[in-house]
Design a protein around this ligand. Structure first.
Ligand code: ADP
Ligand code: ADP
Length: 219
């Protein structure tokens, strides 16, 4: 059984917009799936339904064993807390999970090192570049070791070179941690570069149009 099974998932917003319509999709554990399509085709809505942030108006979302796994989120806007250091931003989910201070500091430091920010642990978000802030955001999402990482156009606002570096870093993290990744993007390059599988939404907004299996990433 797939980790996640969507059956006939539909979302009609209160204003009548049908953002997602009749989506059937199964996602295997440990995979890296991209959800590709132009702006407005319903990618974010679909991801937010998977995340449990938006309820579907029809259809169902079932997790393997009837248990929702732990989730991590990465959005385009990292929304770091400006008055906290990079380290404290990364440690925050552990604090919310009541992990003892020494342990959360250690895990946050290790996670920052993994995203290449060991030297920047004590800096504040305003002292970091956009790419570094995104790395902090990824570290924060992974510090609790979630089974599933949901990413909504995380790199869309970054310059091409930073974006390419972050693609490589993300692949390395996925190789190391083997979380299940669902990556929303409007970049064909990014989807093909990162994923084992590209799910395409486009011509009729809200519907799936193609489900393409690629080779496993080489990273
Ligand atoms: P994408 O992520 O592919 O850009 P979205 O899921 O954000 O697509 O949006 C799909 C459609 O739903 C768009 O027409 C968008 O304007 C609409 N939409 C998104 N969020 C809302 C909302 N909260 N209320 C009404 N319509 C919305
Ligand atoms: P703690 O880590 O003890 O929970 P906070 O992180 O909430 O404390 O706040 C740390 C310090 O930052 C406090 O002195 C607090 O008054 C200050 N602070 C809290 N929120 C903001 C903010 N939005 N902008 C600037 N300073 C803030």
């Amino acid at each position: 059984a797939p980790l996640l099974a969507l059956r006939g998932v539909t979302k009609r917003y209160a204003n009548g917009t049908v953002a997602v319509q009749g989506v059937d999709l199964g996602i295997a554990r440990g995979g890296f799936v991209s959800l590709l399509g132009p702006s407005g085709c319903g990618k974010s809505t679909l991801l937010r339904m998977i995340a449990g942030l938006v309820p579907p108006t029809a259809g169902g979302i079932a997790w393997e064993g009837g248990r929702r796994p732990s989730l991590g989120f990465v959005f385009q806007d990292p929304t770091l807390m400006p008055w906290r250091t990079a380290l404290d931003n990364v440690a925050l989910p552990l604090r919310l999970a009541h992990v003892p201070k020494a342990e959360r500091q250690e895990r946050a430091r290790a996670m920052l090192a993994l995203v290449g920010l060991a030297e920047a642990a004590m800096r504040y978000p305003r002292e970091l570049s956009g790419g570094m802030r995104m790395r902090v955001s990824i570290a924060r999402a992974l510090v609790t070791e979630p089974e599933v990482l949901l990413l909504d156009e995380p790199f869309a606002a970054l310059d091409e070179i930073t974006r390419f570096r972050l693609n490589n870093d993300l692949l390395r993290l996925w190789e190391a941690r083997r979380f299940t990744a669902v990556f929303v993007t409007h970049s064909i390059f990014e989807s093909v570069y990162l994923s084992e599988r590209v799910v395409v939404m486009a011509a009729h907004p809200g519907r799936l149009h193609a489900d393409i299996a690629l080779e496993a990433p080489a990273a």
